[in-house]
Design a protein around this ligand. Structure first.
Ligand code: PHE
Length: 526
């Protein structure tokens, strides 16, 4: 269960393959990667005098949209073929009226009330991702996404004093940091690190640990007593003479054995540290803004690709959006389909390219959105946004980062990956909901099952046209993956899978930019 960075990495390693592991580590700064040159968007001036080239783009997910947008700005003719009836691909916001039939045969119709929604795919954007640059450029308003909240909970089943109950992040953190600091200060003071530290280093380290762990001084044995308030109060400080009353910390052995400490590194992650953002009104504001900027008339929705061929003069794409197959001829194609789906399209791509597409291994993720008629997490728990993390199979729960103090709110009742996601996905939507509520009650009490207005769940492996949440590569350095970074004749590839930021919109965008750059320089060289 991915409650810690290490466990998360292990898990993506297992379900996503070493490639995702490697790229995630890269994102975490654990490996070094080649620098991508700054993107210089092609311009109309570049193309002056050259015939207008037509690019057909397969898939209107984020990579397809970014490609079409950048090429369109430069004056290329673009056509997007999209099997769904909407842009965005995995960027999918479910609102009241959204209907979806999954590959298991379940049909769900979301009954969320007006203004309520769930982001079934991407839900959070770090500050350094180009996703925010496109939000700025396209006029998509953003608001903070609360990815860490000291008052959200950690819940671990187990046998310690911290187990089987909801522990506030702040409490767990205070105790973990406190005991780590106490132990390290003692070891340092007793000379255990003398071969590594000068007397000046030792003094500086102990000074740091005093503030980091809120521990006592040397006279007090560097003891962590949990009295400074950061772990919370039994009686809160108040007016007049009420100075507040703290509870004693949990015991050292219990704190470490409980595993609560293993979650904190999540918020240190390169891609997961606050501040984070979300579009106001739903993540799909991004694809719809792209659609508008590109021009609705360039999109053919409901278009399933039946064939893709390099020809002597360009490309030919066969698709159907009804009973009849149609052909589009263009100068170039950008295939922005998930690789495992692209591999199944009849084509004249050579076997090694098909093999490279098949080399990507899809993994799974699942989410449920639960709309409540009462914001009990604010009213009863004083939790305003953020994430509760557990070692239950639901793994993570997200409190809404918007609509504070409103009448209603929509939580993400589970967000899990790999085997946990597949276990939920195998259930009927009603059974997924029941399981999520039964687990959520353990953390939040009976209120979790009350005032429910609507629910909608997604199982990405069971979702047509995606068939997975993201992919992992066994390797991104052994030459197989790299084949897809080059065009095959007039066919180019793009997608988050062709980046070192897999499972982020940023990855799709930077891959699309690299592909647009390559295609444009080819056109310019002719
Ligand atoms: N981008 C996804 C998310 O934030 C998947 C992911 C999770 C990717 C953790 C990397 C690390 O949930």
């Amino acid at each position: 269960m991915p409650q810690t960075r290490r466990q998360f990495l292990q898990q993506v390693g297992i379900t996503g393959g070493a490639g995702v592991l490697y790229s995630t580590m890269g994102a975490l700064g654990l490996t070094t990667a080649a620098q991508t040159p700054a993107f210089a968007a092609p311009t109309r001036n570049d193309l002056n005098g050259r015939g207008k080239k037509h690019i057909v783009i397969l898939g209107a997910g984020i990579a397809g949209l970014t490609s079409a947008y950048e090429l369109g700005k430069a004056g290329y003719k673009v056509t997007l073929l999209e099997a769904r009836q909407r842009p965005g691909g995995r960027n999918w916001t479910v609102r009241g009226g959204t209907e979806e039939k999954d590959l298991h045969g379940n049909t769900q119709r979301a009954r969320f009330s007006k203004g309520q929604y769930m982001n079934a795919g991407p839900g959070r954007i770090p500050q350094h991702h180009v996703t925010l640059d496109y939000c700025r450029e396209l006029g998509v308003a953003i608001e903070p996404f609360v990815n860490q909240n000291a008052d959200a909970y950690l819940y671990r089943e187990g046998t310690t004093a911290l187990s089987n109950k909801a522990v506030r992040h702040r409490t767990a953190k205070a105790d973990v940091y406190g005991y780590v600091s106490e132990l390290l200060a003692k070891a340092t003071d007793q000379g255990a690190l003398d071969s590594l530290l000068s007397p000046v280093d030792k003094e500086a380290l102990i000074g740091f640990l005093g503030s980091f762990g809120a521990i006592g001084n040397k006279a007090a044995g560097f003891a962590y007593t949990g009295t400074d308030g950061r772990r919370g109060y039994e009686v809160e400080p108040g007016a007049g003479l009420e100075g507040g009353k703290t509870a004693s910390p949990y015991g050292l052995s219990d704190v470490f054995a409980s595993g609560v400490g293993n979650y904190f590194s999540f918020e240190f992650g390169w891609d997961q540290a606050m501040m984070m953002f979300q579009p106001v009104g739903g993540m799909d504001r991004i694809p719809y803004a792209f659609e508008q900027a590109i021009g609705r008339e360039k999109f053919i929705y409901g278009a399933k690709v039946l064939g893709l061929r390099n020809t002597s003069s360009g490309v030919s794409v066969i698709y159907t959006n009804g009973s009849r197959a149609r052909e589009i001829k263009a100068d170039y194609a950008i295939c922005a389909l998930p690789p495992h789906i692209a591999a199944t399209v009849p084509s004249n791509l050579p076997a090694d390219i098909i093999g490279a597409l098949q080399y990507a291994k899809p993994t799974n993720a699942g989410k449920i959105g639960i709309e409540y008629g009462r914001r009990w997490w604010e009213l009863d728990h004083r939790i305003y946004g953020g994430i509760t993390n557990s070692n239950l199979d639901l793994v993570n729960m997200w409190y809404p980062s918007t609509g504070f103090h409103g009448e209603r709110g929509t939580m993400i009742g589970y967000y899990n990956t790999g085997a946990n996601a597949t276990a939920y996905g195998a259930l009927s939507p009603a059974a997924r909901f029941e399981r999520a509520v039964a687990q959520g009650i353990k953390i939040h009490g009976d209120g979790y099952g009350k005032d429910v207005k609507a629910a909608f769940s997604v199982d990405w492996a069971g979702t047509e046209y995606s068939r997975g949440s993201w992919v992992g590569w066994p390797s991104q350095t052994d030459g197989i993956y790299a084949k897809l970074l080059e065009p095959t004749g007039n066919i180019y590839f793009a997608g988050d899978h062709l980046s070192h930021t897999i499972a982020w919109q940023h990855g799709a965008m930077v891959s699309a930019r690299a592909t647009v750059t390559a295609l444009h320089s080819k056109v310019m060289s002719r």
